[in-house]
Ligand binder design. Structure first.
Ligand code: F6P
Length: 314
């Protein structure tokens, strides 16, 4: 199943799971709408053909959902019953933090074999360098910001651009470095708007007439930051919230290959008897960690990357 917020590359992960498992002689069922689909008994048989032609598609052919019912013991009991009725012997759950937490609880409550695959644009999951979709989301945001740069330059304006990332600044930081932002605001580190305004004035004196400020959704609202900057500096400012466009689109080669590798590995691990773990990537190597470790460990942003944004803005 794919569960929680969709991310580009989830289809490639489904393809990886299905073809690796079929290759080992297993039967594969795809549940629609994540955990909710298990409860509602919405599923499809996954043949090799069913995952043909999806590697380049964003979204997820299995659809996805955040199930409120599954968060209740009764909902999970119903999900267990549904799996039992269908003779399902193990689950691969492709999703983010919330979905993997659900997988862990379910696995423990019913001693049911579950292997997780990190699928989230937020890249906030421990135990893997990258989660599926992050690279695509960063590139999608970057493409939009590069276009905004043109108009910011022409009109000599400050643009404040809000990116996704829930409570984390991984997307914001990566995008800020890649687009050459003048400042980045992330939830993990305190920031001073007065300091940002001072820097903008200094840059203005040196002749820099337009600026891009990237703000993570978990840190502040782009509209508020824009208002503050405009009234404090007198510079004309605009804001843009990139929103869900960051979740869509054809996955990058990086995300496709990552997803295929992780999906295939998850199927292989499950079929080899491993359970309650998440597969991930450490450099070029595939790894796996217990879900208990993954979900109790916080992923932190790299302070050197944060510093580099300021150094590069000088
Ligand atoms: O977790 C992925 C994500 O896109 C976050 O970056 C964002 O905060 C959230 O999902 C948005 O959720 P929804 O699609 O429910 O609005």
């Amino acid at each position: 199943m794919t569960s929680g917020g969709d991310s580009p590359g989830m289809n490639a992960a489904v393809r990886g799971v299905v073809r690796a498992a079929l290759g080992r002689g297993s039967e594969v069922t795809g549940y629609l709408h994540g955990w909710q689909g298990v409860i509602d008994r919405e599923s499809m048989d996954m043949s090799s053909k069913s995952v043909g032609g999806i590697i380049y598609q964003g979204g997820t052919i299995l659809r996805t959902a955040r199930s409120a019912v599954f968060r209740t013991p009764e909902g999970r009991q119903e999900a267990r019953q549904s799996l039992h009725e269908s003779g399902i012997e193990g689950l691969v759950v492709i999703g983010g933090d919330g979905s993997l937490t659900g997988a862990r609880i379910f696995g423990e409550e019913f001693e049911f074999p579950v292997v997780g695959v990190p699928g989230s644009i937020d890249n906030d999951i421990a135990g893997t360098d990258f989660s599926i979709g992050f690279d695509t989301a960063v590139n999608t945001a970057l493409g939009a910001i590069d276009k905004v740069r043109d108009t910011a330059y022409s009109h000599e304006r400050v643009f404040v651009i809000e990116v996704m990332g829930r409570a984390n600044g991984f997307i914001a930081l990566e995008v800020a470095l890649a687009c050459g932002a003048e400042a980045v605001i992330v939830p993990e580190v305190p920031y001073s708007l007065l300091e940002i305004c001072d820097n903008l004035r200094k840059m203005h004196k040196k002749g820099k007439r337009s600026s891009i400020i990237v703000v993570a959704e978990g840190a502040a609202r782009a509209s508020d930051i824009k208002d503050f900057i405009q009234s404090n500096t007198g510079f004309e400012a605009r804001y843009l919230v990139l929103g869900h466009m960051q979740r869509g689109g054809s996955p990058t080669a990086f995300d496709r290959v990552l997803a295929l590798r992780l999906g295939a590995m998850a199927a292989n691990r499950l079929l080899s008897g491993f359970r309650s773990e998440m597969v991930g990537v450490d450099g070029e190597k595939l790894v796996s960690h217990p879900l208990s470790y993954v979900l109790s460990t916080e992923r932190t942003i790299d302070p050197e990357k944060l510093l580099l944004v300021d150094v590069m803005a000088q």
